[in-house]
Design a protein around this ligand. Structure first.
Ligand code: 5GP
Length: 140
């Protein structure tokens, strides 16, 4: 597997070099809105520890990040009255991965509404900011 590249966009966001619509942050994890949102409330849950994806991540990192995935999934469902939640995670480019720092997509699903394209259209910044607050307000 190719090695981890410290200059990937999520590493730069974690280091504070690039801004993001943050939902939640602690010492281990960062949760932010996906700027190419596939549905209202599409969030990325990102461990701060460096790994390219699931395949090279430490077990302790995974245990911690999945707890946050569950919290965020519940909060997004409550914030937008979603009908379901899809959790997605890609490993390497042929599998659909485009940013090579481990992350989990938490994507609210609404009955009879088609998802947007993966990494497709950039969402409106004001909407992302408002949606980040709405999800944060529902975190337990
Ligand atoms: P992957 O294909 O690697 O699973 O997903 C990477 C995700 O990151 C895509 O859904 C894409 O929309 C999102 N993304 C790419 N660049 C940025 C960015 O600069 N900021 C945020 N918040 N999301 C990004």
């Amino acid at each position: 597997m190719t090695s981890y590249d410290q200059s990937n966009i999520f590493a730069r966001i974690i280091r504070g070099e690039i801004s993001a619509h943050k939902v939640y942050e602690d010492g281990d994890v960062l949760v932010m809105m996906d700027i190419f949102s596939q549905s209202r409330g599409h969030v990325l849950v990102i461990p701060k520890a460096a790994s390219r994806n699931l395949l090279d991540a430490a077990p302790a990192t995974l245990a911690n990040v999945l707890t946050t995935v569950q919290r965020v999934a519940r909060a997004a469902e409550a914030a937008f009255s979603a009908d379901g939640i899809r959790v997605q995670q890609f490993n390497e480019a042929p599998a659909g991965q485009t940013v090579f720092h481990l992350h989990f997509h938490v994507i609210p699903i609404y009955a009879n509404v088609e998802l947007g394209r993966h990494a497709g259209l950039k969402a409106d910044d004001a909407e992302l900011a408002a949606d980040a607050k709405a999800i944060a307000a529902q975190l337990d």
